[in-house]
Design a protein around this ligand. Structure first.
Ligand code: GCO
Length: 253
């Protein structure tokens, strides 16, 4: 029996029309999972879903804003009605906003918190309500190396990602007894649209390559293996952990 096989499992990945979410979703599909892609742009989501279907994967879409609690609740009620059991939830949706704290407005702070942290609680709560009676489920929260280390001008992102680490442990404290494993992945500096401004900045690019022991940026697809592990029965006795996929950055001065 292949303990990494996800055949017969359905995975909801929030923020999966592109970037890390799409890379993680693709990895889960390659391991056999049926996908439910999520994003706010239904057109873009459907185009992404069709690309994956063209590759032979089983893909549905659920277009809702993870910061809109009513929309999240309605989405799960739709899953209930059409008999879709979400076995694996990846709380990936997130935004970045780079600005010094003294210039940051409270609404800007709140928008990052709502998207990067509160959404993981709300979507996680709705998923867990269904996983608990089934005594089975996998929740993977996407943190960051900024769950451990701060850098100037990304305070709300950093605080939210630090919260993701402790939310993962809090979910474990309440849900592990119900056969649910909740873990997190902490990406390092990855090549994504969100990081384009950094990648295109020669000084920042040089800093990442110098500061990272692997001496390079990470590729989104390099998260897939960790996601499959945490989504599969291979991790049935692992919960509350954050696995850093960061080229060694947080481990070395
Ligand atoms: C930044 C980057 C980081 C990255 C990194 C950590 O501005 O420093 O956006 O926050 O997201 O991949 O996860």
């Amino acid at each position: 029996m292949n303990i990494f096989d996800l055949t017969g499992r359905t995975a909801l990945v929030t923020g999966s029309s592109r970037g890390l979410g799409l890379a993680i979703a693709t990895g889960l599909a390659e391991a056999g999972a049926t996908l439910v892609l999520n994003g706010v742009d239904a057109t873009r989501l459907e185009a992404t879903a069709q690309d994956l279907r063209d590759k032979g994967f089983s893909v549905r879409v659920a277009a809702f804003d993870v910061t809109d609690e009513a929309a999240v609740v309605a989405a799960f009620e739709t899953f209930d009605k059409d008999g879709t059991a979400i076995d694996i939830l990846v709380n990936n949706a997130g935004i970045q906003l780079r600005k010094p704290l003294v210039d940051l407005s409270t609404p800007e702070w709140q928008r990052v918190m709502d998207t990067n942290l509160t959404s993981a609680f709300v979507v996680g709560r709705e998923a867990a309500k269904r996983m608990i009676p089934r005594k089975n489920g996998k929740i993977i929260n996407i943190g960051s190396l900024t769950s451990e280390l701060a850098r100037a001008t990304v305070a709300p992102y950093t605080v939210a990602k630090g919260g993701i680490k402790m939310l993962t442990r809090s979910m474990t404290a309440e849900w592990a007894e119900h056969g649910i494993q909740i873990n997190a992945i902490g990406p390092g500096y990855m090549i994504t649209d969100m990081n384009k401004a950094l990648i295109d900045n020669p000084q920042f690019d040089a800093w990442v390559k110098g500061r990272t022991p692997a001496k390079r940026w990470g590729k989104p697809e390099e998260l897939a293996g960790t996601a499959v592990y945490l989504a599969s029965s291979a991790s049935n006795y692992v919960s509350g952990q954050m696995i850093y996929v960061d080229g060694g950055m947080i481990s070395v001065l």
